[in-house]
Design a protein around this ligand. Structure first.
Ligand code: 13P
Ligand code: SF4
Length: 351
């Protein structure tokens, strides 16, 4: 399979931003967030990789697809997006009339970084007969250069709706692309990007865990390389992995994805045991944490609501161009049920 190579930059670790005013602590902080949420008519959306305490204060917790759907459908005035920047940009593109706040603008994504728009544009131009199917983990500019956006929940279903003879470019995740290619039997031209978290699980540690827990189900996100996926009993998006565990209460799982997911897994799969797989390298105990997702904290959520900043703003023409491929995605995955936690009606907002 043909690929294009680009280096994956390292993210900076979180640093404390200057605090413009005294921050409440503990319960008072959560109460203040709740008060601001009502006052601003805001909705708090959180991805499964966020810290437990963030998931607990969110109105809705879900995977990338469900978060995009909720952002598109909400009637709140403000969306506080507890995830990474490409997700918050997606919310702005689908709901341009709402104010979208991201607690920390440094919450990027190594997949997004691996696909600069100018290079993607040149790649597309070199393959004019190919349709660009692009993973949602990319910048707004790359979305605007794409034909259809996909997530790990709907990618397979969307590929199966395309004519058999349609040539496809898949960007930016080469591992997800290779997995989908194998699953659907479709040859695809892959961009050479990767998720720095899913690429760094230690195969050696996985094998040791499997020896120690022979009865455990090995479950993996398709952003993992093929060598790791070959051990998995179940491969799927975050919501699919949670559902798999939910259907098997009291069982044991070795999990190849970001450990933020354990919060919902533990709540929805009573009595089950979950084993995280460590990252590669000595002293790398936290390498399976996504440093970008972990930029968000309760304090920063409070601060961004109190100051209405940082706010996601995008040029109107970019919103218009990026919206169509995202709307195609929503349309082509209408039949896939929503599986997140929480509801966003006015009742939940003002309860
Ligand atoms: P999903 O929640 O859509 O499976 O995506 C995982 C991910 O990598 C988010 O960055
Ligand atoms: Fe990006 Fe990987 Fe973090 Fe998801 S887990 S936000 S793909 S770096």
């Amino acid at each position: 399979m043909e690929t294009v190579s680009l280096p994956t930059p390292e993210p900076q670790r979180p640093t404390a931003a200057p605090v413009p005013f005294a921050l409440p602590h503990g319960l008072a902080l959560e109460e203040e967030i709740h008060r601001l949420r009502k006052e601003m008519n805001a909705v708090i959306l959180a991805h499964y990789y966020q810290d437990d305490e963030i998931q607990d204060i969110a109105d809705f917790v879900g995977d990338s697809l469900d978060l995009a759907r909720k952002a598109a459908a909400t009637d709140a005035d403000v969306i506080v997006f507890c995830g990474v920047k490409f997700m918050a940009e997606g919310a702005k593109i689908l709901s341009p009339e709402r104010q979208v706040l991201l607690p920390d603008l440094k919450a990027g994504c190594s997949l997004e970084d691996s696909c600069p728009p100018e290079q993607f544009k040149a790649f597309r131009e070199a393959h004019p007969d190919h349709l660009a199917l692009t993973y949602i983990n990319c910048s707004a500019e790359v979305k605007a250069l794409s034909d259809i956006i996909v997530t790990s929940t709907n990618a397979e279903a969307i590929i199966r709706q395309l004519p058999e003879d349609q040539k496809i470019i898949f960007a930016p995740d080469r591992h997800l692309g290779a997995y989908l290619s194998k699953k659907t039997g479709r040859e695809m031209l892959l961009w050479n990007g990767a998720c720095m978290v899913h690429e760094r699980f230690s195969e050696e540690a996985l094998v040791k865990l499997r020896e120690r827990h022979p009865g455990a189900h090995i479950i993996a996100h398709p952003e993992c390389p093929e060598a790791l996926l070959s051990y998995a009993h179940h491969i799927g998006s975050t919501s699919s992995l949670i559902k798999f565990a939910e259907e098997r209460p009291g069982e044991e799982f070795i999990v190849l994805t970001e450990p933020g997911i354990f919060h919902q897994m533990k709540q929805r799969s009573a009595g089950s045991l979950f084993h995280p797989v460590p990252g590669l390298g000595a002293g790398c105990a936290n390498c399976n944490n996504c440093p970008y997702m972990k930029f968000n904290t309760l304090e920063k959520i409070y601060r961004c609501m109190a100051t209405r900043s940082p706010e996601i703003t995008l040029p109107a023409d970019l919103i218009t161009r990026a919206r169509q491929p995202l709307e195609r995605m929503l349309e082509m995955s209408r039949h896939i049920p929503s599986s997140g936690v929480g509801s966003l009606g006015p009742q939940s907002l003002h309860a």
